[in-house]
Design a binder for this molecule. Structure first.
Ligand code: ZN
Ligand code: ZN
Length: 383
């Protein structure tokens, strides 16, 4: 990925988004013409199930969050399957990007927060390299992990296999359904966890982000839709925490545990849930005072700034183009302050770090505005 430049990444992502969609249209057209076989549907279902498990169980719960331990060969299989799902990148890069998502959830630096727009969270973020992360920064330990590095180095093989396998087993229509339409489905279901599960659905736990539980995505994404549970207890191997929260990936992990193939499976007890609630409650009440005082100070800075520069220092006049420059700069600064207040006032939870950062930015902006005004006024206008 690092060798790619921005343009190349955009071209690749456009193909990855548009190609599978065209494949879906073609598949529907063929089906309409009764050119669809039982083997195609079976290939679609099996490829979807097996490759998605590579992402949910392998990349996500096993590699990134260390929700359980297993033999190295099972790890290798899960990671290769995750890579074959083609909904992200190599395992080390996926883990790095996802670690960054948890560290900065719904704050500046989160690669795919819907606070920057729903479509940005769904797939827009993939079109800009600044949203990609690398193991060197976010998961350096993985660079020493031989299994991860092996899968990572052979990524070209894992990229072609999910097309070759359905072609060999099902011919051209097998390739279409088991390869291309499968990719369309897995892409949008996976991306929905980032977009839908940070926008719609219920919050069972207080967390420092906008994560939600959405049962439809829970069903389609094999358990990943219980995303608020997951943000509350990231290490848990199970995202569905109640019997009715269907979590197919969790069931697979449980099955593997029963056969002795995985162990040290991370679980959330009722005591842990209670401790999380108590911790968040304490943090929230401490934070609400700080949040209120910063909102008030941003408000007064905003009013201060809005009044600044109009009819002040009447002995100095500004030339017309200076006025235009000043007004555009000034109105941008006021708008930025408004946006900061909005985002603090309307986010379900704002971290301390973000509050302090907003306050610093606002102070800097007010200072800069005043300095600029004074510099302009110091230059007397030519008669
Ligand atoms: Zn999330
Ligand atoms: Zn996660």
């Amino acid at each position: 990925m690092r060798s790619r430049d921005e343009l190349m990444n955009r071209v690749i992502m456009t193909i990855a988004v548009v190609g599978p969609f065209l494949g879906l249209l073609l598949g529907v057209y063929f089906a309409w013409q009764r050119y669809l076989f039982v083997s195609d549907i079976v290939l679609f279902a099996v490829m979807t199930l097996v490759l998605a498990m590579g992402v949910t169980v392998g990349y996500h719960r096993m590699l990134t969050h260390q929700g359980f331990k297993t033999y190295e060969w099972i790890r290798g299989i899960f990671l290769a399957l995750g890579c074959m799902a083609l909904v992200g990148s190599k395992p080390d890069e996926w883990a790095a990007t996802h670690t960054r998502h948890h560290a900065m959830s719904d704050e500046e630096g989160d690669p795919h927060s819907p606070l920057e727009g729903f479509w940005h969270a769904h797939m827009g973020w993939l079109f800009s390299l600044k949203n990609y992360s690398y193991a060197e920064e976010f998961a350096p330990g993985l660079l020493q992990d031989r299994t991860v590095m092996f899968v990572s180095r052979w990524s070209l093989l894992w990229t072609v296999l999910p097309f070759i396998i359905p072609f060999v087993l099902g011919g051209w229509t097998g390739l279409l359904w088991g390869g291309v339409v499968r990719l369309f489905w897995t892409e949008h279901v996976t991306w929905s966890v980032n977009s839908i599960c940070h926008t719609f659905g219920k919050r069972a736990f207080e967390t420092s982000d906008e994560s939600r539980n959405e049962w439809v995505i829970g069903l389609l994404a094999f358990g990943e839709g219980w995303h608020n549970n997951h943000h509350a207890f990231p290490r848990s191997a199970f995202h569905g925490l109640r019997w009715w929260q269907f979590d197919l990936s969790g069931l697979l992990i449980r099955g593997l545990e029963m056969t002795g193939l995985v162990w040290e499976v991370q679980r959330v007890s009722l005591d842990t849930e209670q401790a999380q609630r108590t911790r968040m409650q304490a943090m929230r009440s401490g934070m609400s005072d700080l949040r209120q005082s910063i909102l008030t100070s941003l408000g007064s800075m905003r009013n201060d700034l809005a009044a600044y520069g109009s009819n002040m220092m009447p002995e100095y006049a500004l030339a017309d183009e200076q006025w235009v420059q000043w007004e555009s700069f000034h109105s941008q600064a006021v708008a930025r302050l408004d946006a900061m207040r909005e985002s603090i006032a309307h986010s379900a939870y704002v971290k301390r770090q973000k509050l302090l950062q907003c306050q610093r930015e606002a102070q800097r902006m007010v200072e800069e505005c005043k300095t600029r005004w004074e510099q302009m006024c110091r230059k007397p206008v030519a008669a």
